[in-house]
Design a protein around this ligand. Sequence first.
Ligand code: SIN
Length: 347
Amino acid sequence: MAGAGTALGSRVGGSGDTTMSRVHLLATGGTIAGRAGSGVEPGYRAGEVAVESLIDAVPGLRALATLRGEQVAQVGSQDMDDGLWLRLAARVNALFAGDEADGIVITHGTDTVEETGYFLHLVVRSARPVVLTGAMRPATSLSPDGPLNLYNAVAVAADPEAHGRGAIVVLNDDLHCARDVTKSSTTDVQTFISPGPGLLGTARYGRIRYFRQPTHRHSAASGFSVDGLERLPRVDILYAHAHMPPDLVRASVANGARGIIVAGMGNGNVSTEAAGALSEAAEAGVVVVRSTRVVSGDVGRNIEMDDDTLGFVAADQLNPQKSRVLLQLCLARGMDRLAVQEAFYRH
Ligand code: SIN
């Protein structure tokens, strides 16, 4: 649905007749389902409001699409784990494979929505839209942002033009590619940004505009699959700082990490001491990826650190939390370091 003024949530059937799109809502918790003691209390409990109440709280939502709701979890997104990701991916793939939905909306906490979104961007096999949304204010707030976010998310999921764009994060009237989006403010309603590639589009009261296509491989073309996976390999993120000691690297390896992401300084730098420990880890078969703690810009191979000699992978454009998702999937496929480097360029 490119322009303003077109009917929302319609799809054209094989016979040319127009029917409502079917949108399936998978609720996982987060602030969008949060409850506070009053409308002006900053403290709240995440994930308390059930999916039916979320749907009922949005006037006009059922006019956008034929809706079905399903409670998958009721957690704050800090408690999203690999098991829940695999369950979500399996459910989304099954709904599409069984032709039970034209689009899917996942309500999710904003803290880790970028990670879940990127995971689904890589492992959902269908071109149909997967849209993730959440809220910065709880459902009981004096002025909650969740209802309009949900309205816009359903409009995107119902939109035939959203097909082929992978997983889309919709918040505060903006559409972000799940690969590019990141949370930039702990408290502001306008928190999500897509540094570098920029917004995928906008949503104004359900009127959707797209600015671009995703730039990297995703969905069925990603080459990744969760079929047969019961868990993901352990990958740790280590946050670098001036005079970073080697100890945490050794602790990660001793505790079974098969991959380490360094949230490096600047262009993915680490101290000489930490670089030594990381190189030892790489020598022992742990895949070490240099990302950055800086919010935008690339980490280039062999630019400031000699990756060829040290045995590292450069994260290119992915931030540490996205790098972790991609490395887990690479390791689950048994990729070696060179194949992992290629994956970071392509995905
Ligand atoms: C969470 O991520 O579950 C809490 C924060 C939020 O949803 O905004």
